[in-house]
Write a protein that binds this ligand. Sequence first.
Ligand code: NAD
Ligand code: APR
Length: 240
Amino acid sequence: MLEKWLKESNYTVVFTGAGMSTESGLPDFRSSNNGLWRKKDPSQIASTKALNENVEEFIEFYKERVLGVKQYGPHKGHYILAKWEQDGLIKSIITQNVDGFHTEAGSKQVAQLHGTLQKFRCLNCNKEIDSEIFIKQKQYCECGGVLRPNVVLFGEMLPQDAFQMAYSEAEKADLFIVLGSSLSVTPANQFPIIAKQNGAKLVIVNMEPTELDMYADEVIHGRKIGELLEELDKKVSVEN
Ligand code: NAD
Ligand code: APR
């Protein structure tokens, strides 16, 4: 049904999680095989508590993630979504990912709910620097302050502009497609429900079951997102 709904819909919104970037080479968080949080306790690492009490491990964790983002890049699925936006097939992307791959692939309407690893800022003087500088120089600001990534940590509020854009897009959607998220984290996992409550069809594409499968009009498990998007692109593009 996804192909049919994609062709018929007037306002398709795509919602992505870490599963969108595993085919680029980045690990996700909760996959049963190699999710990041299967090995580490996120609240001890990716949290404001870790930033205050565990700063060396915090810096090491984000250094690894920045190196991963620099080493890899968007895959075919990211580029297909960018093309679909240009062709008017989808209107926007709401992403929980901080790798910046949707924007790098050319998508313009992207709500980055959890911020981005592209920028860091000093906790002391609030100076903002590019992630390349964070990697090259010692992970402290010239003023001696600790540098933190512009991502949303456990315990923090989401950026209001991204939150508002996501809310508005979910309300307008008549088709809401989730790609690669376990939908286990608030408040991001509220947006598929908001779309559904406003009359959208909800399709969840995820390798494993998610917490919102029972609300979906269609669930696709066990398929790799990149491959599925490639198959769909061949079918929907032949029409255009
Ligand atoms: P949580 O379970 O405490 O939920 C966040 C709470 O804040 C919810 O009650 C939510 O309603 C509220 N909230 C957040 N932003 C809001 C906004 N802009 N407007 C209105 N309400 C808002 O979440 P958590 O476990 O503390 O994690 C917080 C966020 O940090 C989550 O979205 C999580 O995914 C994110 N996170 C990001 C990374 C990363 O590397 N990017 C790592 C860990 C956590
Ligand atoms: N194709 C389809 N599904 C995939 C693929 C793939 N190639 N790779 C992984 N998946 C699925 C996994 O089965 C998993 O259920 O993607 C899902 C990713 O879920 P999570 O690892 O929980 O990632 P996500 O939902 O984005 O996490 C939300 O939690 O730690 C916080 O802020 C962090 O943004 C993150 C948030």
